[in-house]
Design a binder for this molecule. Structure first.
Ligand code: GDP
Length: 460
């Protein structure tokens, strides 16, 4: 090797080392918000070679994209995101949605691209970004406010929620059960049984349209904590706390244990490792579920936002060292409505997020709100109705076998109030995925915008 070549090779190697970067992207959202669909689509868009499908992802649009691959060596002790299996569901002759997120999982990949900077291109033929994608339930973020509540405040909060119209009937038998409990008794079997009943109640809530705010999040989605005694926790009735007794004392201790052994470690060991965060929100599902559901969704989003609201003097900084610099709140499943409704959908979430952000003094994160569909299941078009062109969708509605053209309904321009809910019932249809050849880029709406916001600056 001539010295010039050698020097340039060494320079390139050095440059390569210096320019290699790492990024952890968290993907969250409440159950059913679209995390699995998003990650599957994002991975497929990055791993396939059709740059045409991502016109607003600058590294692809500027033809600097060299490709991506899943790292052969994944962390052996971490659950792996089942990307390959998920594709199999979408590839079926009658395509199905892949199974939703339960617990957390991750996948690491290496992205290779050419730098946008001429100087960097001289130093190195390509740059690499090691990207770690982490999928975890948004329910775990809903535990955050518990850190600032006492056990009795938490019980008050839970039972106020369980009195809401869409929850009352579901909670009735557990409430009755609690009334029968002897508060002086803490024998292990009856405590275990009572906690199992509370867990069943949380499961029932998670199947109830619009019941989003389920605490403790780990009881509902325990992951590796399944079966551990730290999850033996339930909210006793507020009137029982005044009576006192061994069971009250035990639950107060269990509450503190849960905060110390579950909530704090989650923030310290998991959340603090994230650089970027996507929060998916299914607004259309909440509109379908009605007024109480929508109000609970709003409450949940505001609670989730609190996890990113850490300024220099914020109490959260004492719990963990956050480093998230960008947060994207995205309304998922935009393909359920016609494109002319996307702006209204985005405005709903924007109003909510912006209102909250304007109230907090210190923001270290950059926030963005957008509307997307990870896997577009509909084609937008128009039909003539009473002499006028009207926007419509063509898709296979869930449970049906053939695609139909239909008008999916309008998204309100403001958060609907009681009056609107009494006069109107929202009914946005769920859709089956469209047939897919397994090769071409999965159809989507604004996945390129989302990846540009979340990764674009790291691929410059
Ligand atoms: P997770 O619980 O957050 O992992 O949610 P999933 O990703 O499993 O999504 C839940 C359901 O929402 C899926 O089974 C689909 O029915 C629907 N869904 C998710 N993403 C999309 C999308 O981009 N388009 C459409 N039409 N439906 C979606």
């Amino acid at each position: 090797m001539k010295w010039v070549d050698k020097a340039s090779w060494q320079l390139k190697t050095l440059g390569q080392r210096a320019l290699d970067t790492q990024l952890s992207l968290g993907v969250t959202g409440l159950s059913g918000a679209g995390k699995t669909a998003f990650l599957t689509s994002a991975l497929q868009q990055l791993l396939q070679h059709d740059n045409q499908s991502m016109p607003f992802f600058s590294v692809m649009q500027q033809k600097r994209w060299l490709g991506a691959r899943i790292d052969a060596r994944q962390a052996l002790h971490f659950p792996r995101f089942p990307y390959e299996q998920n594709l199999l569901y979408l590839k079926l002759t009658e395509p199905q949605w892949p199974p939703s997120t339960v617990g957390w999982s991750q996948l690491s990949l290496t992205l290779r691209y050419q730098s946008a900077s001429t100087v960097r291109r001289l130093l190195s033929d390509y740059q690499q970004l090691s990207l770690q994608l982490l999928d975890y339930p948004g329910e775990w973020l809903l535990d955050l406010p518990m850190l600032q509540q006492s056990y009795s405040q938490w019980c008050e909060h839970c039972w106020a929620l369980f009195r809401q119209p869409h929850r009352q009937a579901v909670a009735a038998s557990f409430r009755e059960q609690l009334h029968q409990v002897d508060l002086t008794q803490t024998d292990p079997l009856s405590v275990q049984q009572l906690c199992a009943q509370y867990r069943d109640l949380l499961q029932a809530f998670s199947q109830t349209a619009g019941a989003y705010l389920n605490q403790p999040g780990r009881l509902l989605v325990p992951a590796e904590l399944e079966g551990t005694p730290v999850l033996q926790l339930l909210p006793l009735l507020p009137e029982q706390l005044a009576q006192g007794g061994a069971l009250v004392t035990l639950m107060e201790q269990q509450y503190q244990n849960y905060l110390k052994l579950v909530v704090k470690p989650f923030y310290q060991q998991f959340f603090s490792g994230l650089d970027r965060q996507l929060v998916l929100v299914d607004i259309l599902g909440a509109l379908n579920a009605g007024e109480a559901a929508l109000s609970e969704l709003k409450q949940s989003i505001l609670l989730i936002l609190q996890s990113f609201n850490y300024g220099p003097n914020h109490w959260l900084r004492r719990v963990f060292k956050p480093r998230i610099s960008k947060v994207l709140f995205a309304v998922s499943k935009a393909d359920h409505v016609t494109p002319d409704q996307h702006q209204a959908l985005s405005l709903l979430l924007q109003q909510l997020v912006a209102e909250q952000l304007s109230q907090s003094q210190y923001q270290l994160c950059q926030f963005e709100v957008m509307v997307l569909a990870a896997v577009r299941a509909s084609d937008a078009g128009s039909i003539e109705h009473q002499g006028q062109q009207q926007p419509c969708l063509r898709a296979t509605k869930r449970g049906q076998t053939l695609p139909v053209a239909f008008f999916p309904g309008e998204v309100p321009g403001y958060w609907p109030d009681h009056q609107l809910f009494s006069a109107h019932h929202f009914a946005f249809s769920e859709l089956s995925p469209a047939p897919w050849d397994g090769q071409s880029a999965l159809p989507h709406i604004r996945m390129d915008h989302a990846l540009e916001f979340l990764l674009g600056d790291k691929l410059g």
